[in-house]
Design a binder for this molecule. Structure first.
Ligand SMILES: Nc1nc2c(ncn2[C@@H]2O[C@H](COP(=O)(O)OP(=O)(O)OP(=O)(O)O)[C@@H](O)[C@H]2O)c(=O)[nH]1
Ligand SMILES: [Mg+2]
Length: 217
């Protein structure tokens, strides 16, 4: 926080290749800062930081209206189709230290496609990356962001039904992060509405953590 009426939240996005990380980052920022494209391989190869514009009167705190700014770190997919796991780990570690070393990270967002089954080595790889980079308190600073949620909606599956039918590995992950999750719906023209809804949920998680951050010095 720089002054009493302004709050900056720092987020980093993780997930497997083509899970929807850059696209989710753009929704959070309300921009198209991150290049996002359908591809048979990995598109993002480097970390990059995006900053949103100021959202005035986003919330009230201590009787004051708070202006919110979001900083989002987009990261390469893990596993990656061109880069080794070691390379991606080093790249993300460097970027976390560079961008959030002093200010700290509020929350890591693990992007998981809602329309793709969660199982096996591939789905657990980004969880291992988060653990390695965030350390022991990763569970208090991670939330799962289910992308492509409109696809399960179109299939007539509610969020509750989705979670009732989820495999044990996913339920275990959600328990580990203390049920911090949210569904992201891409519905064309309602991008701003979706952004505000997701940011409100993320703010709730950050508040529950008493605004504590993880530093990388
Ligand atoms: N329908 C739908 N499409 C999505 C969603 N999220 C991402 N996409 C599309 O999926 C493709 C890949 O999205 P990206 O955001 O580039 O995925 P990424 O995880 O950054 O991909 P890499 O950088 O290659 O790892 C793009 O064509 C997006 O438009 C979503 O929630 N719903
Ligand atoms: Mg990307």
């Amino acid at each position: 926080m720089t002054d009493t009426n302004k709050m900056i939240i720092n987020l980093a996005i993780f997930g497997t290749t083509q899970s929807g990380k850059s696209s989710a980052g753009n929704i959070l920022l309300g921009s198209d800062d991150f290049y996002s494209s359908l591809s048979p391989g990995s598109v993002t190869t480097e970390c990059s930081l995006g900053r949103s514009c100021h959202l005035r009167s986003f919330m009230r705190r201590g009787g004051q209206e708070i202006t919110l700014q979001t900083q989002v770190l987009d990261t390469p997919g893990y596993p990656h189709s061109k880069l080794s796991m070691k390379h991606v780990t080093q790249e993300v570690k460097k970027a976390l230290t560079y961008h959030f070393g002093q200010e700290g990270l509020h929350l890591a967002l693990l992007v998981q496609r809602a329309d793709v089954p969660f199982f096996g080595q591939e789905a657990s790889s980004p969880v291992q990356l988060i653990q390695e980079l965030l350390g022991d308190s990763w569970k208090n600073h991670t939330a799962v962001l289910f992308s492509h949620a409109e696809k399960i909606e179109e299939a007539g599956i509610s969020e509750d039904k989705y979670l009732r039918e989820a495999p044990e590995a996913l339920l275990t992950l959600l328990r580990s992060v203390q049920q911090r999750y949210t569904f992201l719906y891409e519905r064309g023209n309602s991008c701003n509405e979706e952004r505000v809804k997701i940011l409100e949920t993320i703010m709730e998680f950050i508040k529950e953590n008493h605004y504590q951050v993880l530093s990388f010095t």
